[in-house]
Design a protein around this ligand. Structure first.
Ligand SMILES: [Ca+2]
Length: 230
């Protein structure tokens, strides 16, 4: 390798050195801007908001109209504040897909993709609801579905916390869409929660949802993920 560039720098005149310093400053400023904009792509940790800054509902139901389901943000109580209310008729369609307006980035790599997606549910009646699943979307648009552990049971008229372990240590039950290769292409986003209804349930069900929370295992010294469903 030639040492010509170093020799040229040593003999550079002050004006050229000043120009070089200015160039370095411009480069550093550019680097600072680039780094700042990348910070916007940091994976979410913690609560996924129910409402945007202007108070509008941040969540929607897939196919709400044809499946005759409804979603609204309601005032629940002075202590709890607003919650999401979902109504459905299980005989019209057997599940609901509840999702943020935009998928929420949760992991940039396999090491980060390990945690618990948790939510609070109030179901009336509780026996209309069979299971909660979490849908994750990879970079290509492929979906991976993780199931609620079998141990979670709901009670009518009471809030329950459901925690679904999600990520590389856990086996997904199904995958579809995107590049359909069964391989998780990073980064990945939280796409939706689905509510499966009990077959044979007659009538309408009303559910309330609050505190959708993603807790990476790395942050969860006090949280022990439940045993995943087999
Ligand atoms: Ca894939």
């Amino acid at each position: 390798m030639s040492n010509q560039p170093a020799a040229r720098l040593r003999h550079a005149r002050p004006a050229r050195r000043a120009a070089l310093a200015a160039l370095v400053l411009v480069f550093l400023a550019f680097l600072a801007i680039a780094t700042t904009s990348r910070a916007g792509d940091a994976p979410l940790r913690g609560v996924i908001p129910l409402a945007s800054a202007d108070g509008a509902c941040n969540w929607l139901l897939t196919n709400a109209e044809p499946w005759r389901q409804s979603i609204s943000l309601i005032d629940y109580s002075p202590v709890i504040g607003k919650v999401l209310q979902v109504t459905a008729t299980p005989t019209v369609f057997q599940y609901s897909e509840l999702r943020p307006n935009k998928p929420v980035l949760i992991a940039n790599n396999a090491a980060e993709f390990n945690g618990v997606l948790q939510l609070d549910i109030f179901s009336d009646p509780a026996d209309a609801m069979l299971a909660v699943c979490v849908r994750i979307q990879d970079r290509t648009g492929e979906f991976f579905q993780y199931h609620q552990p079998e141990t979670t049971r709901l009670r009518t008229g009471q809030w329950s916390t459901v925690a679904v372990p999600v990520g590389t240590p856990y086996k997904h039950r199904s995958n579809w869409g995107g590049n359909k290769d069964g391989v998780i292409d990073y980064p990945v986003s939280f796409y939706a929660v689905t509510i499966d209804y009990t077959r044979g349930f007659i009538g309408q069900t009303r559910m309330l949802f609050d505190l959708f929370t993603w807790t990476p295992a790395a942050d969860a010294a006090t949280v022990t993920p439940p045993t995943p469903a087999q």
